[in-house]
Design a protein around this ligand. Structure first.
Ligand code: FMN
Length: 371
């Protein structure tokens, strides 16, 4: 069984202790888009690169999301921002998430997202980071429901794709604002809501209070996705059973741990050392292709700990990897630790199709290592 995952529903604090049996493999629809499972991979800034999303699809996520993309960056045709709009052929269904506070700019960004080949436009009304909230975007929109509704109307009117909104419970601790704002966003055109029931002030402390998710589900007639603290099949089933949500979203639990997704989908076999190293090597290669070696070298360091931690490899091994200067050295060191990983990697690479399906002529592929 994957480290950190619990097979036993009794272990969940605050949840009904009776075993529940919800089929995570059920499909559902978000607008007119068929989502083939009730597991969604969370958008995470600095994490949700294409390699992460493609891996998430392989391990059972029915919907994957880009990290939040700045509408101002799209407007200014910022090269790095446009890189976030690259869509892989095997990522569908994929949501691209945008953030901003100006309806005209949001509408234009939504059109770009559609042209890029995404299946869903997701709007970020939950980011708690000051740099974002001080511009009137992210979680601060929960304090400005009129603007929030105007943004949803503008985006829903600009694209034929379904529009979803991801939000928190409110800005202040204990806030229940999501319950008043959520239904208004649906009236404004949102085809789905994702709730991470922590306040913006909480950031990631405390626990996600999914009793609010259950209340939101009872107030709206669109699918709700439950985000927050889902790390195991038992927790996923308990959250789905107690909230009536259409799907659960998994974020931190999947960092360097696609096997948590596999466990949630019903296969709790432990990954071998070879499998872990092969997935990490594939992730490294894919990320270098996407970001170029220079950016990827720094970006990847946090993933070494995520993949190799959890008691899988001795701690000094990760420390050894993060100080290596080149990706080639990292690859060699990993293969020396698990020589059998080379064969597993070869099979994984053979199974993967071509990476990119770049529809927008203007997307700068050179900087991102080509296709
Ligand atoms: C590193 C990191 C980056 C995140 N970036 C985003 C983001 O870009 N957009 C977003 O809507 N949520 C973002 N989130 C929030 C997650 O999508 C998710 O709602 C939250 O982590 C709770 O789920 P979890 O307990 O499964 O991690 C981020 C979370 C983390 C940890």
């Amino acid at each position: 069984m994957v480290a950190g995952a619990s097979r036993c529903p009794q272990a969940i604090r605050g949840y009904d202790s009776r075993p529940v049996n919800i089929d995570l493999r059920d499909s559902w629809t978000l607008g007119n888009v068929l989502i083939p499972s009730r597991l969604v991979l969370a958008p995470m800034a600095g994490v949700s690169v294409q390699a992460f999303r493609r891996q998430g699809r392989r391990y059972g996520a029915g919907l994957v999301c880009s990290e939040m993309v700045s509408v101002a960056g799209i407007q200014h045709r910022n090269e790095r921002t446009l890189g976030y709009l690259r869509v892989g052929a095997d990522e569908h269904p994929l949501a691209i998430q945008i953030f901003g506070s100006d309806p005209v700019a949001m509408a234009e960004a939504a059109r770009m997202v559609e042209a890029a080949g995404a299946d869903v436009v997701d709007m970020n009304f939950g980011c708690p980071v000051k740099k974002v909230t001080k511009t009137g975007a992210g979680a601060s929109l929960l304090d400005d429901p009129d603007r929030a509704c105007r943004l949803v109307e503008a985006v829903a009117g600009a694209t034929s794709l379904p529009v979803s909104v991801k939000t928190r419970r409110g800005v202040e601790n204990g806030s229940r604002d999501c319950l008043t704002v959520g239904p208004r966003l649906v009236e404004a055109g949102a085809a789905s809501l994702t709730l991470h029931p922590r306040s913006a002030k909480q950031m990631y402390t405390g626990t996600a209070d999914h009793s609010l998710t259950a209340e939101l589900v009872s107030l709206v007639n669109v699918p709700v996705i439950a985000s927050g603290d889902v790390t195991s099949r038992a927790k996923a089933q308990a959250v789905l059973a107690t909230t009536g949500a259409a799907a659960v979203m998994v974020g931190r639990g999947a960092q360097g741990n696609p096997w948590a997704l596999r466990e949630i989908m019903g296969d709790d076999s432990e990954p071998s050392r070879e499998e872990i190293v092969a997935e990490l090597l594939l992730f490294i290669r894919e990320t270098v292709r996407e970001l170029g070696e220079f950016r990827a070298t720094g970006f990847l360091k946090k993933f070494y700990g995520w993949y190799l931690g959890q008691g899988r490899f001795p701690k000094p091994f990760k420390q050894e990897l993060v100080v290596l200067k080149t990706i080639d050295e990292v690859e060699s060191r990993l293969l020396a630790a698990a020589p059998g990983a080379a064969d597993v990697l070869e099979r994984l690479e053979a199974d993967l199709g071509p990476a990119d399906e770049v529809l927008l002529d203007s997307l700068p592929i050179s900087l991102y290592g080509g296709g």
